[in-house]
Design a protein around this ligand. Sequence first.
Ligand SMILES: CC(C)(COP(=O)(O)OP(=O)(O)OC[C@H]1O[C@@H](n2cnc3c(N)ncnc32)[C@H](O)[C@@H]1OP(=O)(O)O)[C@@H](O)C(=O)NCCC(=O)NCCS
Length: 139
Amino acid sequence: MIQYTDNLDNIAPGNLQGFFAGWPNPPDPETHLKILSRAYAIVLAVDTGTGNVIGFVNAISDGIHAAYIPLLEVLPEYQRQGIATRLMKFMIGKLSGLYMIDLATEEDLVPFYERFGMARGIAMVFRDMERQGGRVEAG
Ligand SMILES: CC(C)(COP(=O)(O)OP(=O)(O)OC[C@H]1O[C@@H](n2cnc3c(N)ncnc32)[C@H](O)[C@@H]1OP(=O)(O)O)[C@@H](O)C(=O)NCCC(=O)NCCS
């Protein structure tokens, strides 16, 4: 069974395996857990049989005006079952009342995001590929 939650209490790095598929220099599971724990809002899809996270979405926000959704991913073996749709619906619910909810995506996913009332815009992005795995922190 798939459970949707925003609770990280029972999630360890070992429950965050297989994400960032195709990234040359992905965040490791420890960094992934930090990304989730420091986010403004998260929604996780957890396989209750294994306790592993099989999909997630995160948002960063000022909590009053704007939010940005950096990451949405479902593990390949769980895709095309409506899991990302549910993750996005829960996340948009958490962000309701804000003026703007933005994200950057690929052309083939524009119809997917349009289903949530999002509109095509122009995004400017900067990527430091040396830091794709996350910022190096002291200590
Ligand atoms: C994009 C992604 C999150 C979709 O997850 P998912 O759980 O399979 O999505 P859903 O099952 O809710 O899909 C709903 C609909 O979205 C569309 N869709 C889903 N994945 C798609 C894809 N890769 N390309 C184009 N359309 C897609 C389809 O219309 C799908 O309906 P259908 O299965 O009846 O055809 C998943 O493919 C993924 O993790 N990809 C790698 C990471 C990524 O690209 N994330 C998005 C960053 S902006």
